[in-house]
Design a protein around this ligand. Structure first.
Ligand code: CDV
Length: 315
């Protein structure tokens, strides 16, 4: 058995005016709880240092370009990681010998904006970064909406794809929120032998393009992650920033999902909460070497359309 004790560190709401230092203190509290429970890895959500700012149109521009007074918008991005405010989290994790993944808004030195997750090993070394591939929402202000989902305005689509890393005694990878709804996310990592996928998310319950889906948010959340886990024989950790944040209710239901597709542990609140499971990475083999023996059973020559065609074209 190759066991890894993992905590999904669900967060409740982060207020618009909540200082980063207070958020980091909440993350450190969760880290302590996870260490006390014997965890070696803590998975924090998407954009875990700030409120989910894409719900607001924060610049003055009307078109695709971000223009005007960017004071508040720019304040949500990190220009380095770790930085002065997050260093205590990195230091404490290293002292405790606990690794973690952490989602944040990244501004690169050449001004590019990404929805990023950093993965840090138990010894404090940075394993790698993941920049969100599937960016949902819209590019321009849509005033008729109750709240915006301007991720497509505030973040660039990553061209780096879904890498995996040898870390934590296994093969691990990351994805972010909307990525979890796309089977390609899991498969690309599955084809690199992934054994654990960490996914942070912010999912408003109200889905403006089709409110009929609101009641199904919890079902869809688990449906996609359970399917991704089973079909690729991998553990999946899905961790939310849930609860009502600045008037917008977001899904919680963080979960740790086994390679069988079963939920091994699940959140029972919508606030700061640790969801913990002992994950045997060797369990993945039972699926990767039987029903989902890719090398034996896959037919990639039949799947060409998956990479050659973007949108559906009916006959
Ligand atoms: N942060 C996200 O990526 N949220 C999306 C939107 C569309 C709700 C999601 O897929 O959950």
């Amino acid at each position: 058995m190759r066991t890894l004790r993992i905590a999904a560190a669900q967060l409740g709401p982060i207020a618009r005016d909540e200082p980063r230092s207070e958020v980091v203190a909440r993350l450190i509290d969760l880290l302590h709880g996870a260490a006390e429970a014997g965890c070696q890895l803590v998975v924090f959500p998407e954009l875990a240092l700030t409120t989910f700012f894409p719900r607001w149109h924060l610049d003055d521009g009307e078109g695709d370009e971000i223009t005007g007074d960017l004071t508040e918008l720019d304040s949500y991005y990190e220009t380095s990681m770790p930085n002065a405010v997050t260093q205590p989290l990195f230091d404490e994790a290293q002292r405790l010998g606990v690794g973690f993944s952490l989602g944040y808004a990244e501004m690169t030195s050449d001004g590019r904006r990404f929805n990023t997750t950093i993965l840090v090993e138990r010894d404090g070394s940075v394993v790698g970064h993941y920049r969100k591939v599937h960016i949902p929402g819209h590019e321009t202000h849509e005033p008729e909406r109750e709240f915006q989902h301007l991720e497509r305005r505030y973040f660039e689509e990553s061209q780096e794809g879904f890498g995996v890393y040898s870390a934590f005694g296994g093969v691990v990878g990351m994805a972010t929120c909307n990525d979890r709804r796309w089977p390609e996310t899991y498969r690309v990592m599955g084809l690199q032998g992934v054994e654990l996928i960490m996914i942070g998310y912010n999912t408003p319950i109200y889905y403006a393009p089709d409110p009929g889906q609101n009641l199904l948010q919890g079902f869809h959340n688990h449906l996609v992650m359970q399917a991704g886990a089973y079909q690729n024989g991998t553990w999946v950790v899905g961790v939310a920033k849930g609860g009502t944040e600045e008037g917008v209710e977001s899904l919680a239901q963080s979960a740790i999902i086994a390679p069988s597709g079963q939920i091994a542990a699940q959140a029972v609140t919508t606030g700061d909460e640790l969801v913990i499971a002992t994950c045997d990475l060797d369990w993945c083999k039972q699926y990767k070497e039987t029903l989902f023996d890719f090398d034996r059973y896959r037919r990639p020559e039949m799947y060409g359309l998956i990479t050659s065609r973007k949108g559906a074209i009916s006959p």
